[in-house]
Write a protein that binds this ligand. Sequence first.
Ligand code: TXA
Ligand code: MG
Length: 352
Amino acid sequence: QTKIVKIDDVKKQDAELQQAGEILRRGGLVAFPTETVYGLGANGLDGEACAGIYAAKGRPSDNPLILHAAGRDMVDSIAAEVPELAEQLMAAFCPGPITLILRRSRLVPDRITGGLDTVGVRIPENDIARAMIRAAGVPVAAPSANLSGRPSPTTAQATARDMDGRIPLILDGGPCRFGVESTIVDCTGERAVILRPGAVTREMLEELLGKGQVGLDPALVGAKTVPKAPGMKYTHYAPKAPMTLIEGEPSRMGQAFACEIQRLRAEGRRVGIVASREVLQELGGLIPAELAADYGHQGDLPAIAANLYEALRSFDDKPADVLLGEGTVGTGLGLAIMNRLHKASGFRTIHA
Ligand code: TXA
Ligand code: MG
């Protein structure tokens, strides 16, 4: 019932993109690739159409949607004002994996803002995404295209797994380049504040804006406060079996995994592992292939980010009843990876 259309060439496949634009204009839903994760799109100026997103995902209605623009020109219709800080960020990082929180214009439907007077605005870099938004002719509201609480989809197949039968069309642009959701930066105050870390790193923002000019939402660094991005308070990115994260010195990881695997096995549990190739090699025969997911080489943060959600989702079909995940460094892209791993594991951690 859900059609998956592969897009290899945006120029040659204009007819397919126009059809997606038409579905969106008429109030329907289309899932589409971005450079971060797949999005579930609706006409962002149509509250009724956006209500369909909440229904298809099972998403709480107080969790606001971000609006996707095809270019800088579309941003002016969505934002009441674009402060200098936001102009600077857009010039440096847009199109790209970043979402700016701005004061919202009156065109933005109340339905999608969760009662806030702000709106998230993102200009994706993926050319299929931008061509689709241009074809729709309106900003496109889009959360990640997963069922609420599940890891975000980074392929059309993972999108279909969650959305099959719920939407008419998925545009297949292959696997997403970055694999974790955009960096969310609140631009409504004096200085930039990161509400969700992503591929535009804190270090990249500091290089542009200056040291000390980039804050982190306290909820991201473990403080028991309500996060400013409403969606960050929900259980998220969760694989089907409960996961514990093992953090610490890379050279001690293999040993820490081996200990924990033995302890859990003694309790009669079937242990699945989400870890680097190095740790899986070190564990050797201790873990059968059907219970292991390799997320890339230890320390290769771009690869780990790109593979992480598929690795978590692979346990949909693996016979594990408990998972152990391997942590990374917490700087650069590692901040985004560790944020997702902490949420996926409900903050259960062991130190290697
Ligand atoms: O990379 C991405 O951002 C992907 C792709 C599809 O663009 N989209 C995405 O959307 O991750 P979603 O809905 O899964 O996550 C958006 C996050 C949620 O945690 C939401 O609560 C937060 O952004 N958010 C939306 N509007 C906000 C606002 N006005 N103020 C603060 N946080 C906001
Ligand atoms: Mg999401």
